[in-house]
Each structure stands twice: as C-alpha cells, then as structure tokens.
Design a protein around this ligand. Structure first.
Ligand SMILES: *[C@@H]1O[C@H](CO)[C@@H](O)[C@H](O)[C@H]1NC(C)=O
Ligand SMILES: *[C@@H]1O[C@H](CO)[C@@H](O)[C@H](O)[C@H]1NC(C)=O
Ligand SMILES: *[C@@H]1O[C@H](CO)[C@@H](O)[C@H](O)[C@H]1NC(C)=O
Length: 275
C-alpha cells in the first residue's frame, strides 16, 4: 500500500511511502496549485545569520527526499521543540522515524551540520489540526546536542510579557524572496502585534487566534515555507514557534501567527521529566 502524506505533496509531485517495501517514491502527477502552507518552505526579506549567534537553531530533515520539513529549537541536551503541525506531519505519514533527522551545529542546511536521529515525538494532547490550537510538539533525539554550536536556549517563563510593538526575531532555513529554500540560516526582524488587532485581521480569514498564540508583523519580512516550527526570539529566550501566515509570504497587512511558548512552559518541563 502506498501512503502519500498530504504534507509531501508539492506542486508537481508527491512523495509516497510504500508500507510493504519501505521505499519512498516520487509520484509525478499534476497537483495543480496545491500548496501546503504550514509545511511550506522562507524567511523572506531577512538577513544571513551565523549559527554562533543562534546555536539553538535546528532543522528537521526528510532524508529520502533531501527535504527540509521544518524548524526546531534546542531546549535541552536531548530535546528540541517544534510545532505540532510538523510533529503530526511526521506521525500521520506513518513513515519510519529513522527517515527523519535533526540537523544542527551549522549555519548551513547541507554542510558542516551534526546529525541527530529521532527517538520520539510528543505532540500536545490538546492539539487540533483544524484550529491550530495547542500547536506544540517536542522531539527527543538519541545522541545529545553537545557540539560547539549546538546549545539549548531558555524558554519564556509562564509570566513572560509579550509587549506589543517590541522587536523580536524569527529565524529559519525556509524559502526566501528568491523562491528557494535558504542554504544558510536567515533571521528576520519583526514586531509583536497586540492580540486584538491580530484577531481582527485573522477573523477576515475565518481563523481564530487563541490564547495559545502570539502574533508578529514584519512589513514584508516573514517566515515562509520550511519555517514552520522555527523560533521567535526575544531577550535570548524562545518566546514563539512559527505556525502560519497569509500567503504568499511576507504579507504587508496580516501578522504571522506563532505558538505562545510561555503558555507551555510547565508542559515542556513536565514532558522532559516524564519522557
Ligand atoms: C560543530 O561545528 C564545528 C564548527 O564547524 C566543528 O568544528 C565541530 O566538529 C562540529 N561538531 C561538533 C560535534 O562539535
Ligand atoms: C504600536 O504601533 C502602532 C503602529 O505604529 C501604533 O498605532 C500604536 O499606538 C503603538 N502602540 C503602542 C502601545 O505603542
Ligand atoms: C484562510 O482561509 C482560507 C479559506 O477559508 C483557508 O483555506 C486557509 O487555510 C486559511 N488560512 C489559514 C492560515 O488559516
């Protein structure tokens, strides 16, 4: 039987998994304009970043297709945090975990990285694919992050204050304004948007912004395909996880939506203790 997880359907082909032989095959077929926005591939209009400045940055890679699936952030020697959209993409496809790896310790997607196999993925039990709510997942790796440029970052505390109009940074290896995945890590400077205005914009798209979300706007600087799961940073802390945006990326009106990490501070600590 072939499984073609929706997230691996690109414009012109799909990646399907043969459950008997374990083979991953490319199915060529015209999928029209199918765009999978939350497993999409850019920081648009950002700048090159150096892993020395962002040693907690990691990415999730699908080896058979040599494809970036999304971003992740190192938060402990064996743990990364990402979006549940990404965790679900991996689990729903029923593709063996050993076909995915976490790459870190490098500014580059394809060079100098250290590779970590995945031990388990824990998706928040309250996560809903329809509402995007409780959109957080943790990935445990088998070999610890102990390289020169792989270090955990602190998490926003429970009472972290998300102050509208303050500067925050989003990072990732996703698609850039040139339309391709970025070889080098990028950062974009964006601004926190108050939840009232964020809600009003997204209501126009019939999308509810919940208390577990925080919004930021970059006037053209934004995450894009491949950046889902990537970090939103402020004061050397992980404060958000990139989730979704209005497409095409870099919208000049709609703010981008992130998981509000402060809401999950205890959940993250408990998960690391029990798993
Ligand atoms: C990490 O990156 C540095 C610099 O490229 C390299 O010297 C080192 O061997 C890499 N791996 C580890 C495990 O530190
Ligand atoms: C934030 O910025 C917007 C747009 O520049 C401005 O209208 C608003 O008054 C600012 N809010 C605060 C709290 O500074
Ligand atoms: C915006 O609305 C369209 C149409 O209802 C929907 O397909 C799309 O998923 C929505 N975008 C997000 C990010 O929720």
């Amino acid at each position: 039987m072939f499984i073609c997880p929706i997230s691996y359907i690109f414009t012109a082909f799909a990646l399907c998994y043969n459950t008997v032989s374990g083979e991953v095959v490319k199915e060529l077929k015209n999928y029209g304009n199918t765009r999978i926005d939350h497993v999409s591939y850019r920081i648009v209009n950002g700048n090159d970043a150096d892993i020395k400045d962002y040693p907690f940055a990691a990415l999730i890679f699908f080896t058979p297709a040599s494809k970036l699936i999304g971003g992740a952030t190192i938060i402990a020697p064996l743990w990364t945090v990402t979006a549940a959209d990404i965790g679900t993409t991996i689990e729903k496809g029923n593709i063996p975990l050993n076909l995915f790896t976490i790459r870190s310790n490098s500014s580059y997607q394809d060079e100098l990285y250290s590779e970590h196999s995945i031990a388990k993925i824990i998706i928040h039990k309250a996560f809903s694919m329809e509402s995007h709510d409780y959109n957080i997942a943790m990935i445990k790796v088998n070999n610890p992050f102990n390289g020169r440029y792989e270090k955990p970052i602190a998490l926003a505390e429970k009472d972290y204050k998300y102050t509208p109009n303050t500067t925050v940074y989003v990072i990732g290896w996703g698609r850039t304004e040139k339309g391709e995945l970025s070889k080098v890590l990028k950062y974009g400077r964006v601004t926190i948007v108050d939840s009232y205005s964020c809600r009003s914009y997204w209501r126009l798209n019939e999308t509810t912004i919940t208390y577990r979300m925080v919004c930021a706007f970059g006037a053209g600087t934004d995450p894009c395909t491949g950046d889902v799961g990537s970090a939103l940073l402020q004061s050397d802390k992980l404060i958000g996880i990139a989730l979704f945006w209005r497409t095409p990326c870099g919208d000049l009106v709609f703010p981008t939506v992130y998981t509000k990490v402060s809401e999950f501070h205890s959940w993250i600590l408990e998960t690391m203790q029990t798993d």
